[in-house]
Design a protein around this ligand. Structure first.
Ligand code: PLP
Length: 363
């Protein structure tokens, strides 16, 4: 078997579909007869206009985004949105609620403290972020402007399977690590945002899907680059956008549509995740995943070894077999296999076979 590329289990930036990379390669030097690379084009020219418009309309098709929502292609990563959201939706004294199911939700909460009065209405920290609470047990602040969740906690591997309905109807979700991995009812959310670099493109592009009536109320101190109204009024072209990254996202959206859309993608993702979780759960404790079964992520699978002293060896031997980036996040240790859309089933099958061999060798 010849394998010229590695199976990359990184949490992000992560692997992209091979056909997308090859298409980009074929268009790199001269994009569709324009005589230019996408990297060299004016962001205001007709070629790039067609690229960003197609990217947006394909994303709208994929996620079935209602007309009352704007799609913005921004910069600064999901991290910038941690500040942009309270700046755009709140006055400094406004109350907002955060449901903290992992480190990313916690970071979003901490940033919101600078621009609003956020409250953590539930935190999974004392249980090492392995759970999502029952929604009817949540005590929401009556006049909270929104409820913020992280739909998939990349580090802890905890994913919402259903969503809470906040009292005021405004749910905001960081979907960085499960964006476009399954269908989503966008109409349930005020804002969905995601850094591109896990499922849909290179880092440098941040996608914000926002209900239009929420735009236009930013605090006066809001920098123009963080003001949704500025970007919405200018179709994400107020300043020079991350053109090449948007182009790459567009190729990925096209590919997802060609594969039949997100329902089919979810099926493939479920199959991959099931294979890996079954291997972990069926290992007689040699491998262990700490996350409660009902909320285990389809995208990020953290696991530990009963004999933790073998972890370095596991990672080393896997890398020799061209399976890389399996080390867990420094804050939790152990291993983590991220299996985003572009991870083929063959990659997960190879990992599972390796895990069985490794167990047979060292148990
Ligand atoms: N939110 C989640 C769920 C993430 O996984 C990450 C990055 O890994 C971030 C936010 C931060 O994103 P960025 O690095 O694009 O700022």
């Amino acid at each position: 078997e010849s394998q010229d590329r590695v199976f990359n289990f990184a949490a992000g930036p992560a692997n992209l579909p091979e056909n997308v990379l090859k298409k980009a390669q074929s268009e790199l030097y001269n994009w569709r007869g324009s005589g230019m690379s996408v990297m060299e084009m004016s962001h205001r020219g007709k070629e790039f206009s067609s690229i960003i418009q197609k990217a947006e309309s394909d994303l709208r098709t994929l996620l079935n985004i209602p007309q009352e929502y704007s799609v913005l292609f921004l910069q600064g990563g999901a991290t910038t949105q941690f500040a942009a959201i309270p700046l755009n939706l709140c006055k400094p004294d406004d109350k907002v609620d955060y449901l903290v199911t992992g480190s990313w939700g916690d970071k979003a909460f901490k940033e919101a403290q600078k621009y609003s009065k956020p409250k953590v209405i539930w935190s999974g920290k004392s249980e090492k972020y392995t759970k999502i609470p029952a929604f009817d047990a949540l005590e929401q602040t009556p006049d909270a402007k929104y409820l913020h969740i992280c739909a998939n906690e990349t580090i802890h591997g905890v994913e919402f399977k259903t969503y809470p309905t906040p009292k005021n109807g405004l749910l905001i979700a960081d979907m960085s690590s499960n964006f476009c991995s399954k269908p989503v009812d966008v109409s349930k959310f005020g804002i969905i945002y995601a850094g591109a670099q896990k499922n849909v493109g290179p880092s440098g592009v941040t996608i914000v899907i926002i209900r239009k009536d929420l735009i236009g109320n930013a605090q006066e101190v809001t920098p123009v680059m963080l003001d949704y109204k500025i970007h919405d009024d200018n179709n994400s072209l107020y300043n020079t956008p991350p053109c090449y990254g948007i182009y790459m996202c567009g190729l990925v959206f096209e590919d997802l549509l060609e594969q039949g859309g997100l329902a089919g993608i979810e099926k493939k993702n479920k199959k991959k995740a099931e294979l890996l979780y079954n291997a972990i759960d069926g290992s007689n404790g040699f491998y262990r995943c700490p996350v409660e079964k009902s909320v285990r992520s389809l995208m990020n699978v953290p696991f530990t070894l009963e004999k933790s002293e073998l972890e370095a060896e596991f990672i080393k031997e896997a890398a020799k077999e061209k399976m890389v980036q399996l080390k867990g996040h420094r804050s939790v240790g152990g291993m983590r296999a991220s299996i985003y859309n572009a991870m083929p089933l063959a990659g997960v099958e190879k990992l599972v076979a390796f895990m069985k061999d490794f167990q047979a060798k060292y148990a």
